[in-house]
Design a protein around this ligand. Structure first.
Ligand code: SF4
Length: 264
């Protein structure tokens, strides 16, 4: 027992200092992509042709972060290096259109309006709805509760019942069989309520949609308050988006985003 206590004391705190300190991301992490249209050869659409989710358009060059899988296929397909990934994990937005990035970076999520912030800013209960996800996004949501990210220190917790929740977090492309359950869960959350779409699937259908077995993400009649791109989003991306929504982080202009080193 004493050995265990000594080991635990030697380990110290494992909880990330984020947002007061930097996000400790691995070298291989692929975050916000950057585009350099000046490198594109006339008529070349190699990156767009290679993208498995048609997230890239070339006239003008732009990438839809809501469909991007953050895979390296576009960077491998482009011989000129017009597309590269940075290590910037900050991606969440309030509006779907803000995820379409022409090279200036996404317009990061603004905070909830004052009344909602007063209600949820210090205590937010969320119900997760897995609407046909592969398990990747769900695993990263689970990771938010571990000792490293410790989401509970910000007053955010996942609960079992929508009746006890202030909002829902949706993962997956929304399968026809889950549509009624998703809608019923959303309706069971007392108003005012918030909706968070996590991952390319919930935002756009990701690699699955559209198809017979899945929709193209969140149905349009359920308003989404926060879009968190990724496949899956890193817990730092989720944490950053949630804290921005709750007004716990400053709101930088899109153009003020630092380009913290490209990584393929
Ligand atoms: S966005 Fe990616 S990780 Fe998340 S459910 Fe879809 S395929 Fe899985």
């Amino acid at each position: 027992m004493l050995d265990l206590l000594r080991a635990r004391l030697a380990q110290g705190s494992r909880t990330t200092a984020y947002p007061d300190g930097p996000a400790a991301l691995p070298e291989r992490f692929r975050g916000r992509p950057v585009l350099d249209a000046s490198r594109c050869a006339d008529g070349c659409a190699a990156c767009a042709d290679a993208c498995p989710t048609a997230a890239i358009r070339t006239d003008p060059l732009a990438i839809d972060l809501g469909a991007c899988l953050f895979c390296p296929i576009c960077t491998e397909a482009c011989p000129e290096g017009a597309v590269a990934f940075t290590s910037d994990h900050r991606l969440a937005t309030r509006a779907r259109d803000d995820l379409v990035d022409g090279g200036e970076g996404p317009r990061l999520a603004a905070a909830l309006e004052e009344r909602m912030r007063r209600l949820f800013g210090r205590s937010l209960k969320l119900r997760h709805v897995a609407a046909g996800d592969c398990g990747g996004c769900a695993a990263e949501l689970t990771a938010l509760g571990n000792v490293v990210f410790d989401l509970g220190r910000f007053g955010v917790q996942f609960v079992a019942s929508p009746r006890h929740a202030d909002g829902i977090v949706v993962t997956g492309p929304v399968t026809p069989n889950m549509l009624a359950a998703l809608r019923a869960t959303w309706e069971a959350v007392p108003e005012p309520r918030i909706v968070i779409a996590v991952g390319a699937c919930a935002i756009s259908g990701g690699p699955f949609a559209p198809g017979d077995a899945s929709l193209a993400g969140m149905p349009p009649d359920i308003p989404v308050d926060l879009f968190v791109p990724g496949c899956p989003p890193h817990p730092y991306t989720l944490l950053d988006g949630l804290l921005r929504l709750l007004g716990r982080l400053p709101e930088p202009a899109a153009t003020a985003l630092p380009n913290r080193g490209a990584s393929q």
